[in-house]
Design a protein around this ligand. Structure first.
Ligand SMILES: Cc1cc2nc3c(=O)[nH]c(=O)nc-3n(C[C@H](O)[C@H](O)[C@H](O)COP(=O)(O)OP(=O)(O)OC[C@H]3O[C@@H](n4cnc5c(N)ncnc54)[C@H](O)[C@@H]3O)c2cc1C
Length: 470
């Protein structure tokens, strides 16, 4: 017997999944084929090497990619930087180095019948294989790959099309990709960052590092809320009654009230509200599944922004930097909506409406950066593979358009409502079924469960012929 597992996407999820498969192989000879369209495996968007040392938003102590070895990342970091402590917030690129190292170590220690192949190329389609029930991954510029299992680990989709971007798409002062920033900005320049979440914080940090002084920054988002800061809170301190929380899981209003009460109680006892959020974070998938769709919708509409800004926080030093920019008037945070953006010579003129107001304000800036975040709405996805898979009926969206509809272990649910036994999804679009599925720890846990499931399935599998490159 010979199995092939194709993992499309060699970022965080693909790498952690491959390492897990290598650690506990199925009985039969197995090829794990890790496919990446970018230049490097193991980093993805989050942990790429960039010209600014962006920091992880979780202390080193809590970021192991292996739940069985919780200090693995800290040990790796201390090997490189001996003075690093467990509570330190380290560079994201170092985490990328760690992921690559973890995969290499898993590969070296793997059983002889497990082989890891790295392929560079973009998968454009995954189709049922004509002669049996396996799958075929098709590329633009290389022969197709036939596999017993295909795992989609594609990362975050591109940001949604914005009507206000139509007139400025090709203008040099508009950046659709927030990681493509000009280097030469100084105190005489002004920048509008659209969106005020974690990406805005990254961009504001990078743009204000320069010796030439900081440009004047503006940000606009619907609520004008920015992420809270991390502290050295006690992550495992709250020992609340989980069953009590789960019991009110059919009303988001009740969950919210209980969360507020818990945060208050924690603070009154000398703790930190972040402990209550961490408690909720671990319950989130179970709570989410219990909420009726109408209540999930209520959460998305009314609570999500508040949850996101409290749950997904920035390192303390980054939070202090952002607070200082705001104190000195260098970063203006606005709640409102963009009406239009038009070229104004070398600059861009932005018309926007403050939240709750009618009048249009005008802002003229040297640069507009789109930091509105990924577009999870599958039916308008700009991702070639996802939109092809949806068109072919192999993947479907959830009722709220939060991501992909998946069954147990991330099995893709097709247009007829059937959970696939061969096609799986691993990544942030799992939030449709779990809500909290975007941070490294949650995705690591999903990767571990999926690896165990795949191995069980392949070990039990006694059918199928030789697979591999067609
Ligand atoms: C900027 C940023 C910073 C973050 N920082 C933190 C943090 O500090 N702490 C934390 O806990 N979480 C953080 N996260 C969240 C989390 O760690 C990431 O979202 C996680 O890395 C997602 O992993 P992924 O494998 O799904 O996506 P990625 O790591 O982005 O990998 C997806 C890969 O798939 C490839 N790909 C896509 N389509 C194809 C195709 N058709 N064919 C071939 N290859 C393809 C892409 O090129 C990419 O390399 C951050 C996320 C981002 C975006």
């Amino acid at each position: 017997m010979h199995n092939t597992i194709a993992i499309v996407g060699g970022g965080f999820c693909g790498t952690v999944l491959a390492a897990n498969l290598l650690r506990c192989p199925p009985a039969d000879t197995t090829d794990i084929v890790l496919i990446e369209r970018g230049g490097e495996m193991g980093r993805g968007v989050a942990y790429a090497e960039r010209d600014y040392p962006y920091l992880l938003n979780v202390p080193a102590l809590r970021l192991s990619a292996d739940s069985g070895d919780p200090l693995q990342f800290l040990r790796f970091a201390q090997h490189r930087l001996p003075n690093v402590g467990g509570e330190d917030f380290l560079p994201r690129a170092l985490y990328g180095d760690y992921l690559q190292d973890a995969l290499l170590k898993a590969e070296r220690k793997a059983a002889p019948h497990m082989r890891l192949q790295r392929i560079f190329g973009e998968v454009l389609r995954v189709t049922p294989h004509a002669s049996d029930d396996r799958l075929m991954a098709q590329f633009a510029d290389r022969p197709p790959l036939i596999a017993d299992r295909v795992i989609l680990a594609l990362g975050n989709p591109p940001s949604p099309p914005q009507p206000w971007a139509e007139a400025v798409g090709g203008h040099h002062a508009y950046r659709r990709d927030p990681w493509d920033l000009p280097k030469e900005l100084g105190a005489e320049h002004s920048v509008l960052i659209i969106g005020s979440g974690l990406t805005m914080v990254d961009i504001a940090s990078a743009l204000t590092r320069g010796a030439k002084g900081s440009p004047q920054l503006h940000t606009i988002s619907r609520h004008g809320l920015i992420p809270q800061s991390q502290t050295e809170f006690r992550a495992t301190e709250v020992q609340e009654d989980r069953a009590g929380f789960l019991a009110c899981g059919n009303s988001i209003r009740r969950v919210l009230a209980m969360t507020r009460e818990l945060a208050l109680k924690v603070e009154n006892e000398g703790g930190d509200w972040r402990e209550a959020i961490t408690f909720l974070r671990h319950l989130a998938p179970s709570l989410w599944r219990r909420l009726p769709v109408a209540e999930q919708q209520r959460f998305v509409r009314h609570v999500r922004t508040y949850w996101d800004t409290h749950r997904h926080r920035v390192p303390p030093q980054v939070g202090e930097h952002i607070a200082a920019l705001r104190r000195h008037g260098k970063l203006r945070v606005n709640a409102g909506r963009i009406d239009s953006i038009v070229p104004h010579g070398e600059q861009l003129q932005v018309r926007w409406r403050a939240r709750g107001g009618d009048t249009l304000a005008v802002l003229t800036v040297d640069l507009v950066v789109n930091a509105t975040g990924p577009d999870y709405v599958l039916k308008r996805s700009a991702d070639a593979l996802l939109s092809w898979l949806r068109g072919a009926g192999l993947v479907t969206e959830d009722a709220l358009n939060l991501g992909l509809r998946t069954g147990p272990y991330g099995a893709c649910v097709d247009a007829k409502g059937r959970a696939s036994e061969r096609l799986y999804y691993l990544g942030p679009m799992l939030r449709a079924g779990h809500w909290e599925a975007t941070a490294a720890t949650e995705l690591r846990d999903h990767a571990e469960r999926l690896a165990a499931h795949l191995i069980r399935g392949l070990s039990a599998n006694t059918t199928g012929g030789p697979a591999g490159l067609a």
